[in-house]
Design a protein around this ligand. Structure first.
Ligand code: IPM
Ligand code: MG
Length: 356
């Protein structure tokens, strides 16, 4: 059956990088029997400018019907003064929640060709390959009550950090299953010494762990995890954590690899449907300059092929092509070591040519 893929380029560099990922998909459709139908629509600030909402009904409906969504990036200075409800970021949060994409996979792996791009010393990061699994539809991002209220003659800001047992269980299972497919080690990150909600998190993860005797489970407080990630990141295989801690730690992990422009992510529901996007943002400062690194978006297509389109063979072809292109010295400005770098479109074309 033909699968449906929705492209949502979004804002800033989004359209430029998604165009390169689209070329990769078209190449696979034309040359490798990929049975996929592509559609494109607006999201984020671009959607707001057209419809006064960052997630138009039409976009949401297409996303609900698609087998997979590829998103570029949303947001930019232009839309920062808007009300929270219509800011570009709200589209992303609503897509996650409406599509029930509770499991966010954020791999951080170092390409050997880019070892000098990291801010850490070579021996700390050589062969780094870790996976952060972030709970994406709960926790303090979505807990109620929330808001800014008047109280005793002043304003009080409130957000609620809550997790139910079932929410913790389902993300824990993703963590253990991912660890089984990798090196068998799972580190659950919490703040159980202070926050009751994460004390429950630790208890439930431990309980679920009994079903996975082949996975070695450890627990770490989030402050220590942040420190360990920059001190000795190779101690980690898979990290599982809540929404906000995962947001923060995944940025740290991304930077370990030297280029946030290289890292893809997948946000999955319980049926294999997914939203795929680069970890980096919309980079408005370089938008429209044909300068952005399209590799994180292209690698997001690779994750899509693996997790939602059942074509791990093509995912591997993309990964190999990217490694070859980097091996040949192709660099966009963010990963360039010297003065010379190539454009977004050149990088995209080189990857397409390298897919064998
Ligand atoms: C991310 C981003 C988002 C988040 C923002 C843009 C809402 O930082 O995907 O990590 O906080 O989840
Ligand atoms: Mg973030």
């Amino acid at each position: 059956m033909t699968k449906k893929v929705l492209l949502l380029p979004g804002d800033g560099i989004g359209p430029e990088i998604v165009a390169q990922a689209e070329n990769v998909l078209i190449h696979l459709i034309e040359n490798f029997d990929l049975d996929v139908e592509l559609d494109t629509d607006v999201v984020g600030g671009a959607a707001y400018d057209l419809t006064e909402t960052p997630l138009p009904e039409q976009t949401l409906n297409k996303a609900l019907q698609a087998d997979a969504v590829l998103l570029g990036a949303v947001g930019g200075h232009k839309w920062e003064p808007l009300e929270r409800e219509v800011r570009p970021e709200k589209a992303l949060l609503d897509l996650r929640s409406r599509l029930e994409l509770f499991a966010n996979l954020r791999p951080a792996m170092l390409y050997p060709q880019l070892v000098n791009a990291s801010s850490l010393k070579r021996d700390r990061i050589e062969n780094l390959d870790l996976m952060i699994i972030r709970e994406l539809t709960g926790g303090i991002y979505f807990g109620e009550p929330r808001g800014v209220f008047e109280e005793g003659g002043e304003r009080v800001g409130i957000n609620t950090y809550r997790y139910s047992e079932s929410e913790i269980e389902r993300i824990a299972h993703v963590g253990f299953k991912t660890a089984q497919l990798r090196n068998g080690r799972l580190c659950s990150v919490d703040k159980a010494n202070v926050l009751e909600v994460t004390e429950l998190w630790r208890e439930v993860v431990t309980e679920v762990g009994k079903e996975y005797p082949d996975v070695e489970l450890s627990h770490m407080y989030v402050d220590n995890a942040a420190m360990q990630l920059v001190r000795a990141p190779k101690q980690f295989d898979v990290i599982v954590t809540g929404n906000m801690f995962g947001d923060i730690l995944s940025d740290v992990a991304a930077m370990l690899t030297g280029s946030i422009g290289m890292l893809p992510s997948a946000s999955l529901d319980s049926n294999g449907k997914g939203l795929y996007e680069p970890v980096h943002g919309s980079a408005p400062d370089i938008a429209g300059q044909n300068k952005a690194n399209p590799l994180a978006t292209i690698m997001s297509v690779s994750l899509m092929l693996r997790y939602s389109l059942n074509r791990a063979d093509l995912a591997n072809r993309i990964n190999l092509a990217v490694e070859n292109v980097l091996g040949n010295g192709a660099r966009t400005f963010d990963i360039a070591e010297g003065e010379t770098y190539i454009s977004t479109t050149d990088m995209g074309e080189q990857v397409v040519t390298a897919i064998k």
